[in-house]
Design a protein around this ligand. Sequence first.
Ligand code: KG4
Ligand code: ZN
Length: 342
Amino acid sequence: MKILAIESSCDETACAIVEDGVNVLANVIYSQIALHQKTGGVVPEVAAREHVTKIIPVIEQALAEAKLSWDDIDGMAVTQGPGLISSLMVGTVTASMLATIKKKPLIPVHHVEGHLYAPFLGRTDVIVFPIMLLTVSGGHNEIVLMRDHGEYEIIGETLDDAAGEAFDKVARILGLEYPGGPAISKAAANGKRDAFKFPRALNEKKNFNFSFSGLKTAVLYAVNEFRKQNNIHSELPEQFVADCAASFEEAICDSLSKKFLYAAQAYKPKELQVTGGVSANRYLRLLLQQRNTLGVALHFPQDLKYCTDNAAMIASAAFFKFSRDPNCATNLVIPGASFDLA
Ligand code: KG4
Ligand code: ZN
């Protein structure tokens, strides 16, 4: 079954065509990052306007890349939420309209469920449940036990900021560009990971929830203190930024990897998967690989493009959802800015 999916929940206008949930035939992503760098973050109205102009060209490009016509498409999928409501509107209205005109079943998908399916893309081996997932992004941060397709239990979640959000906010504090994740990693390459002892919250072994707002505040205090002591009112020195970035990355990746592996120890899944924008982080991958002594395979999305927002993951989640329950399809998807996964 070939599904054409649309994702427009935040600042990526994306369309993908995926066969049978894993075989990616096209994955087009128009990123608005350059536009939002000017404001240091996403302005919803600006993002929605950009989606409006890019959505049809992106869909046409996906069909062209896959060398397919609408007749070859068996179904459609779209991100219903959560996300920026004005951005979601563009995707859901376009998908609903096209599904009606082209007479295709339209499958609504939860954005986080999409991220849970990103590590499935491109896999040809047999996937055995239960799977334990760490899904870390700008908007969400959860440990999920996936007992089967569509059966999710949230084992832990952030009590305040998501990890990606913390990367973005700390980057801003340090004067680095948006999005913060890649910018922090780049700066951290020249810094000392033990230069600052930043806090790890909720550190007990059985607590699978996260909290990153104290960590963010600790970086802010370190910066303010440094400015005061050195009488700096403008740009921070490169080495100080590198040391702060490296110590912050150490603290956040330490928390994410330890908590995830503690949860895995407690629930004994058959496989581990890490997904979402922050799963692109090299240092997080390294710590997880080094610390994974459970004898269980650890998977990341096969392509870095599947970590951050994309429509291929939405098509994958839609395929497994539709296979379980064809009645989930509709021809009108009303966007929801926030609702629960499990
Ligand atoms: O999944 P995503 O594209 O959007 C949401 O669903 O939120 O994730 C975007 C987030 C941003 O906060 C960005 O800073 C973070 O993922 N990110 C990274 C890296 N690449 C993107 N964080 C850490 N290291 C990276 N290499
Ligand atoms: Zn996302």
